[in-house]
Design a protein around this ligand. Structure first.
Ligand code: S3P
Length: 171
């Protein structure tokens, strides 16, 4: 397989779970932009954003995306804001099939409401914030090649759809 499998979508939509399942089932190498940034900076994303700010994090993210986009036949799990920078999506699409893991704000909130490590959700009304970000970013996520519905379909169905899309694009 020459193309990469790229997952984009909101935080808490299930990207990382799907990426890990794909890694096991397809036996492909998996990279997470957030994990790489954390390893490089030796800080959690929350700590990094608190100490250096969002612009610094986004710059790191752009560099990591540029590096990963050069790879072939790997799974790339991206941070939810990766699409805010048009250069990122362009690079990711160049060598990859981009899948939008789509989940509703309500199901995202349900999944992550008890997590403390999400810097974007350290606000008084997290569900409102998720709704706001979702609305703002939907047109950007929708530039993906394929949409995977994570809130209605099971993860198994999502994997099956990804496998099918990958096979079609290779044949
Ligand atoms: C972000 C999502 C996070 C992480 C950072 C910013 C966003 O990644 O990159 O906190 O802007 O939506 P996940 O989507 O993996 O949670």
């Amino acid at each position: 397989m020459k193309k990469n499998i790229v997952l984009i979508g909101m935080m808490g939509s299930g990207k990382s779970t799907i990426a890990k399942l794909l890694e096991k089932r397809l036996r492909l190498k998996r990279y997470s932009t957030d994990e790489i940034i954390e390893a490089k900076t030796k800080k959690s994303i929350t700590e990094l954003v608190a100490s250096k700010g969002w612009d610094y994090f986004r710059l790191k993210e752009e560099r990591v995306v540029a590096q990963l986009s050069k790879k072939k036949g790997v799974i790339i799990d991206t941070g939810g804001g990766v699409i805010l920078n048009p250069a990122n999506l362009k690079a990711l699409k160049n060598n990859g099939i981009v899948f939008f893991v789509k989940a509703s704000p309500a199901s995202i909130y349900k999944r992550i409401k008890n997590e403390k490590h999400r810097p974007l959700l350290q606000v008084p009304n997290p569900l409102g914030e998720i709704r706001r970000i979702y609305k703002e970013r939907l047109p950007l996520y929708s530039r993906a090649d394929v949409v995977i519905h994570a809130s209605t379909a099971s993860f198994d169905k999502a994997i099956a759809k990804i496998r099918k899309a990958v096979n079609i694009s290779l044949s």
